[in-house]
Design a protein around this ligand. Sequence first.
Ligand code: NAI
Length: 248
Amino acid sequence: MKKTVIITGGTTGIGKATAIAFGKKGYNVVVTSRIANKESEIVADIKITGAEAAFYQLDVTDEQAVAKCIDHVVTRFGKLDTIVNNAGIALGAALLADSESEDLKQMLDTNVMGVFYGMKYAIKAMLKTGGGSIVNLASIAGANGLLYTAPYCASKHAVVGLTKGSAIDYATHGIRINAIAPGAIKTDIIQGAIDTGAYSEESIAAIHPMMRLGDAEDIANGIVFLSSDDCLFMTGTILFVDGGYNAK
Ligand code: NAI
């Protein structure tokens, strides 16, 4: 039976690259996004790999909608093998006292509650169908402090906590739960940070020993690995793909 993966926020950046990487591995690929305007484009891009592709419009902050989406996927494909909780936002770029309280609330809602809902309903489904694996999008900001980024750091540290705690909960239930922690990757989120004027591409590149940003495909490859049977003894791991940042 072919494996099935859901990737939240999968029409852009890391999510899109991940969807295509899973397609190349022969998975049924389900991409979700809040906005349906890129539906046909992403489905066509995945189908080029020969994989079955489906799209669901989903706001990950809506718990009932997340539950319904996962139910639909299990009904359609028979089983959910992997969920990649990728949808995330980064708002603001300021010293903590100058940060907007509302920005932190929104980031907690999307980056933490959205990941929690994805995990909760995927785990319920996987327990019924013989297990699976979960990959959450953490960040170097989930294990370190970064300038002008304390609220985002808080949300990504919470993703690490959800990953490690639940990995222990389900270690003997056939569900592996890991996170990937990218350094700065060339996507809309980083462009948004540059657009605030607080950083430049050069200043972001300079925090990495490799002195450059990464590509979405670097992260996609790590996510596919964490999901695969090549690492069946790995759970609760935070895999850094960060141009050497965490070696400092
Ligand atoms: P992106 O902005 O291209 O992707 C984020 C996706 O999440 C977008 O498609 C967006 O529409 C979606 N999204 C946001 N809120 C949502 C919601 N409530 N419901 C459903 N979808 C929603 O940026 P990127 O870089 O591809 O980000 C993917 C993940 O990687 C995020 O969790 C981000 O925090 C994380 N990350 C990115 C890094 C980078 O340097 N680009 C570094 C470390 C982590």
